[in-house]
Design a protein around this ligand. Structure first.
Ligand SMILES: Cc1c2[nH]c(c1CCC(=O)O)Cc1[nH]c(c(CCC(=O)O)c1C)Cc1[nH]c(c(CCC(=O)O)c1C)Cc1[nH]c(c(C)c1CCC(=O)O)C2
Length: 368
C-alpha cells in the first residue's frame, strides 16, 4: 500500500476507522475547512479569482495546507477544488460570483442543448491540474495526515448544469422538470456525468488521494422516488467502478438530507462511510444502516459553531454519545461558513479529541 513517491503516513487514524478498526479516539475533519473564515485564505483570494486558485497547483496546495498548519488536531486534509470543475471539463462555462456563488451563463435548460456537453471527456487533459495539485499536496503534507480527494455526485452536478446556479431555496424547478418530463435524457446526462466522475476519482487516487468523498449536496431535495431512480443507481455505480480499479481506497458518500436513502445506500453500495447531516439523530442513522459494516460521518448542525465553546462542547458530547466513538468520523453536517470564527473551528476539533478520548477509554460506547 505504501507509495514510494510520498512520505510515510504519521497519522492514519481516519484510514483505520474506514477499515473498521478499533481506535483510541474519533477522527475529525471539517467540510470546507479551507475557506473564507481563514484570513490567510482571504489573503490568497484577494488577488486571484476562485477558479484560478483551483487551477493553479501551487495555490490549491497552499490553501489546502492552511487549515492543516493552523489546526494540528485535524485528522485529514481535503484537496482545495470545487465540484463544478466537472461541468467545466465537459465544456460548460462556470463562474464564481463573489457573494452569490456559482453561475453558469449558459445553463443546459433543454435536452436539445445537450450537444453542447462534451462527452466523453479527456480527463487527463481537462483535469490534470487537479491531479497535479493532489500530488504536490501529498508531497508537502509530508505524511502529516491523509489527503481526501472528492467529486460532486451526478445528480448534484446535473442540477447545476440545468439550473445554472442559485440552487438553494430555488425549488429546482428546471432540473426537476427534466427528471419528471425527460426521463431518458436525464438518465443519459447522468450517465455521462457518472462516467466522467469515475475517471476523475480514479485519476485522483492515481495522483495520491488516500480517501475519496462524493458530495450529493442536493439529493435531499428529491422525493424518495426520484432519489431511488436518479441518485442511488449512479452513486452505487461510482463506488463499484472506482473500487474495481482501487479496491482498498476508502470512499465516503454524503447524500445530504437523504435520510430515507441511507438503508438502501448502505445495503447496495460499496462506500465505506456514509455522511449524514443534522436532520437525523445518529442513533437512528445507525439503525438505518444496521446489518452492514458502514462507518458514519457527521453531523453537527453548523449553526452550533456560532454559540461558543460551552455549547460546542455540549453538542459534541451529545453527538459522540449518540454515534459512539467507534466506526465514526466527526464532522459538521455541512461546511464551515465565512462568518464562522477560527476559534469555533479550534473548539470543535479539540472538543472531539477530548470527549472522544474520554468516552473511548471509559468504554461507555454502546457499540462495543
Ligand atoms: C455544492 C458544492 C459546491 N462546491 C462543493 C460543494 C459540495 C459541498 C457542499 O455541499 O457545500 C465542494 C467544495 N467546494 C470547496 C471545497 C474545498 C475543500 C474544503 O472542503 O475545504 C469543496 C469540497 C471550496 C469552495 N467552493 C466555494 C468556496 C467559496 C468561494 C470563494 O472563495 O470565493 C470555497 C472555499 C464556492 C462554491 N462552490 C459551490 C458553492 C455552492 C459555492 C458558493 C458557496 C459560498 O459562497 O459559500 C458548489
Amino acid at each position: 500500500m505504501s507509495d514510494q513517491r510520498f512520505a510515510e503516513l504519521k497519522n492514519d487514524l481516519i484510514l483505520r476507522v474506514c477499515r473498521g478498526e478499533k481506535v483510541e479516539r474519533t477522527p475529525v475533519w471539517i467540510m470546507r475547512q479551507a475557506g473564507r473564515y481563514l484570513p490567510e485564505f482571504k489573503e490568497v483570494r484577494a488577488d486571484v479569482d476562485f477558479f484560478t486558485v483551483c487551477r493553479n497547483p501551487e495555490l490549491a496546495c497552499k490553501v489546502t495546507l492552511q487549515p492543516i498548519d493552523r489546526f494540528p488536531g485535524l485528522d485529514a486534509a481535503i484537496i482545495f477544488s470545487d465540484i463544478l470543475v466537472i461541468p467545466q471539463a465537459m465544456g460548460l462555462e462556470v463562474q464564481m460570483i463573489p457573494g452569490k456563488g456559482p453561475h453558469f451563463p449558459d445553463p443546459v435548460r433543454e435536452p436539445s442543448e445537450m450537444s453542447r456537453v462534451k462527452y466523453p471527456v479527456d480527463i487527463k487533459k481537462e483535469l490534470q491540474y487537479v491531479f497535479d495539485a493532489i500530488t504536490l499536496t501529498r508531497q508537502r503534507l509530508e505524511g502529516r495526515v491523509p489527503l481526501i480527494g472528492f467529486s460532486g455526485a451526478p445528480w448534484t452536478l446535473l442540477s447545476y448544469c440545468i439550473e445554472g446556479g442559485g440552487i438553494s431555496g430555488s425549488g429546482m424547478n428546471h432540473a426537476k422538470l427534466w427528471l419528471y418530463k425527460y426521463k431518458e435524457e436525464s438518465h443519459r446526462f447522468l450517465k455521462m456525468l457518472t462516467d466522467t466522475v469515475v475517471g476523475y476519482l480514479i485519476g485522483q487516487v492515481d495522483a495520491g488521494a488516500q480517501l475519496l468523498q462524493v458530495f450529493d449536496s442536493w439529493s435531499g431535495d428529491l422525493s424518495p422516488d426520484l432519489f431511488d431512480e436518479y441518485c442511488l443507481p449512479y452513486l452505487v455505480d461510482i463506488a463499484k467502478r472506482v473500487k474495481e480499479v482501487h479496491p482498498t481506497i476508502p470512499m465516503i458518500c454524503f447524500a445530504k438530507g437523504s435520510n430515507f436513502g441511507l438503508t438502501k445506500l448502505a445495503q447496495l453500495s460499496q462506500y465505506d462511510v456514509l455522511g449524514i447531516d443534522w436532520t437525523i439523530e445518529p442513533k437512528v442513522a445507525r439503525e438505518f444502516v444496521a446489518g452492514t459494516n458502514k462507518v458514519l460521518q457527521g453531523n453537527m448542525d453548523p449553526a452550533v459553531m456560532f454559540a461558543g465553546q460551552e455549547v460546542i462542547d455540549r453538542e459534541v458530547e451529545r453527538m459522540i454519545n449518540s454515534f459512539g466513538t467507534q466506526r465514526y468520523i466527526a464532522n459538521l453536517g455541512h461546511g464551515m461558513q465565512p462568518s464562522m470564527t477560527i476559534d469555533s473551528a479550534a473548539n470543535f476539533i479539540s472538543s472531539v479529541h477530548n470527549i472522544s478520548t474520554r468516552l473511548a477509554s471509559e468504554k461507555v460506547n454502546k457499540q462495543e
